[in-house]
Design a protein. Structure first.
Length: 450
């Protein structure tokens, strides 16, 4: 990294950043209170509240959002007449999945092979630490030249829309000239990237019933309609033979015009096993950023261990559908539900329940804020030019903010580059990425202030 006062300050603050991220990762702040205690999320929110207060933020508040979770807000006033920038992160995390699959405990930040491992280290507790580092570096080098609003969400991973609804009810709270969403990531480590599109998402739970109760498969199997078999046929209908998503009425032919993603690089990033083919057709970027993608997130059925020779009377699954910009998530939900009903075999009884959704998002990369970020990233990553990429994930708040504040510029950056393995076991963050992106954000705020 080139030598400059901001970069030198951030480098000196990295040990403190690691200590703070260690404390924050230790909270088991999964916003699914059927799995993890609500007290863990509340404790994480209080920690962030105290951190903002110590940093000089005023009007710091725990916001009780309509989905039963808490978001944290604070305001750091800048010079009179300065622009206002909203910085976003979230402190809730995905469940650790199989804790036995982690090399080190998921809620203990552990350094290994130059990376810091722990659930939320990159997605997105590290994003909050990134914001703090940027502000601290500016304070040490002439002051923060803009007004800063900080919002740290408590239920982003659940997609339950608590902060979205709260923002709609209090539209003045998050108003800003520019919004920096710290929940994306570089296309690869070391390549500065701004995410310009996000796929939206819808979640649908499907249940199929065929019998009043389970039956002995020897006595009734062959004629008795098996609910699990029916469910499997429904789920299979959502993909073509090559793995492409095939929801009736939903276009799957769009293409991506931007940064290329080679199959070789994707196979490495996704850790695809040797000999296993990628799913879908067209370029990898098309499949990830321009087209819908269905995933079966879970199935309720008997486990293999302890299973009995029975024809199943009921079966249930949770389905996720990612939708690209240009597709309305609500319409996609209707198409998905209609497809499921149309493809349920044998007259089985089927019901679908819409769990949640978020609209896709497309940013305007020609705005002044993007130019300011490009200059900042070039300084933080010497020899590299800022790239534009899509992201397959969803951040529903982006569309809410774009609707509430149509003149605001929205930029997406963050720590979730491919090696971070967010949402998987052994999630990690690169401290070098944390350092460089903190420098980039600080320089951006300075550039943007003019």
């Amino acid at each position: 990294m080139s030598s400059n006062p901001v970069a030198e300050t951030v480098a000196s603050l990295m040990p403190r950043a690691k200590a703070e991220l260690t404390e924050l990762v230790a909270f088991r702040s999964v916003a699914d209170f059927a799995q993890f205690p609500k007290s863990e999320s509340e404790a994480a929110a209080r920690w962030i509240t105290e951190a903002l207060t110590a940093e000089g933020f005023v009007d710091v508040a725990l916001l009780d959002t309509p989905d039963g979770t808490q978001s944290v807000y604070g305001y750091l006033p800048g010079p009179e007449g300065a622009k206002t920038v909203l910085l976003y992160a979230h402190y809730d995390v995905q469940p650790p999945l199989d804790e036995a699959g982690w090399t080190t405990p998921p809620f203990e930040l552990t350094e290994r092979d130059g990376r810091w491992y722990g659930r939320g280290s990159a997605d997105c507790k590290g994003g909050f630490i990134m914001h703090l580092l940027a502000l601290r570096a500016l304070k040490a080098n002439g002051g923060v030249p803009v007004n800063v609003k900080m919002i740290v969400e408590g239920s982003e991973e659940q997609g339950t829309g608590g902060l979205e609804r709260y923002a709609e009810q209090h539209p003045e709270l998050l108003a800003a000239d520019t919004i920096v969403i710290g929940d994306a990531g570089n296309f690869r480590a070391g390549l500065p990237t701004v995410t310009t599109i996000l796929r939206g998402m819808t979640l649908v739970r499907v249940q199929i019933a065929t019998l009043e109760g389970n039956l002995h498969s020897g006595q009734f199997g062959g004629a008795a309609p098996d609910a699990l078999a029916a469910l499997i046929r429904v789920l299979d209908s959502l993909r073509a033979a090559d793995g492409s998503t095939t929801v009736d009425g939903l276009d799957s032919s769009a293409t991506w015009d931007g940064l290329e993603y080679t199959e070789e690089q994707f196979r490495s990033d996704a850790r695809v096993l040797d000999g296993v083919e990628l799913t879908g057709g067209g370029a990898v970027a098309d499949r990830l950023w321009a087209r819908p993608a269905v995933s079966v997130l879970g199935i309720d059925c008997p486990p293999v261990v302890g299973a009995t020779p029975s024809v199943q009377s009921t079966a249930r699954a949770l389905i996720s559908l990612r939708v690209p910009p240009g597709v309305d998530a609500a319409e996609a939900t209707k198409l998905l539900q209609a497809h499921i009903e149309a493809h349920t075999p044998w007259g089985a009884r089927v019901s679908t329940e819409h769990i949640g959704q978020g609209q896709p998002f497309r940013a305007d990369p020609t705005s002044p804020a993007y130019r300011a970020m490009a200059d900042a990233m070039a300084a933080a990553y010497p020899g590299e030019t800022m790239q534009y990429a899509g992201q397959g994930g969803s951040i529903p708040l982006c569309n809410t903010l774009a609707g509430l504040y149509p003149r605001a510029e929205i930029l997406l950056i963050g720590l979730s580059e491919p090696e971070a393995q967010i949402h998987a076991v052994n999630e990690s963050v690169s401290p070098e990425e944390l350092e460089r992106l903190s420098v980039a954000e600080a320089l951006f705020l300075r550039n943007y202030a003019g």
